[in-house]
Design a protein around this ligand. Structure first.
Ligand SMILES: CC(C)(COP(=O)(O)OP(=O)(O)OC[C@H]1O[C@@H](n2cnc3c(N)ncnc32)[C@H](O)[C@@H]1OP(=O)(O)O)[C@@H](O)C(=O)NCCC(=O)NCCS
Length: 184
């Protein structure tokens, strides 16, 4: 089951974060929770037999700008026109079951309900291929300063700025299917 985060979920979320990332890049609980405080509708968990096994944190943001890492958000900027996916992680024993797909699709819907049809994220730990399956494409990093900042947090892993417009992707996929007909 995919549902919105509740206060009692945070110990599980903190544990899954610690199971999913190297110690030196872990973000504080306050920082993680602040994403939820500013945007409860777009921060979700996956629950299996009553246990939280994965989470996705996202929030409205300004297209083309990347939010700071490991900071405490007290409010959102004005004129948000995009949904930024801050983090997606599953407990290791629940990976390989496509539970991540369910969380991503639910966040697409939550963003769309807010009128946000553009999404972006920073892929890390070799997850670029995972995101491409949803139509995310690698985009240019917003600035050299940003690249330097991310490299400080992710010294050992690759990372890439990615963006997606789900409705456009759906239309393009439909068009690609249609144009396969020989009589078109
Ligand atoms: C990323 C993550 C959430 C995906 O978990 P998941 O839902 O269990 O994903 P699955 O293993 O079921 O894979 C779903 C599909 O994505 C594909 N996939 C998964 N990781 C991939 C990758 N790195 N590159 C390409 N494809 C990938 C799988 O092959 C599978 O497709 P298929 O069923 O057609 O073969 C999980 O690996 C995780 O928690 N990683 C640690 C945290 C992390 O790095 N998060 C990314 C932050 S940007």
């Amino acid at each position: 089951m995919i549902r919105r985060i509740q206060s009692s979920d945070w110990p599980s979320i903190a544990r899954i974060q610690a199971e999913s990332y190297p110690h030196e890049v872990l973000e504080s609980l306050e920082s993680l929770q602040s994403h939820w405080h500013v945007s409860e509708a777009t921060c979700l968990v996956a629950e299996v037999r009553g246990a939280v096994v994965g989470y996705i944190l996202s929030h409205p943001w300004i297209r083309g700008k990347v939010p700071p890492l490991n900071e405490i958000y007290s409010n959102l900027p004005a004129n948000c026109d995009s949904l930024f996916i801050h983090d997606l992680a599953l407990s290791p024993s629940f990976r390989g079951m496509r539970i991540g797909d369910g969380l991503v699709e639910a966040v697409f819907e939550a963003g769309s309900a807010l009128g946000l049809t553009h999404l972006s994220l920073i892929s890390v730990q070799g997850s670029t291929g995972f995101w491409k399956r949803f139509g995310f494409k690698i985009s240019f990093p917003p600035s050299v300063e940003y690249v330097i900042a991310v490299k400080r947090f992710y010294p050992a892993s690759d990372f890439a700025c990615m963006e997606c417009i789900p409705d456009l992707e759906k239309k393009l996929t439909k068009l690609a299917k249609l144009t396969k007909f020989p009589f078109l």
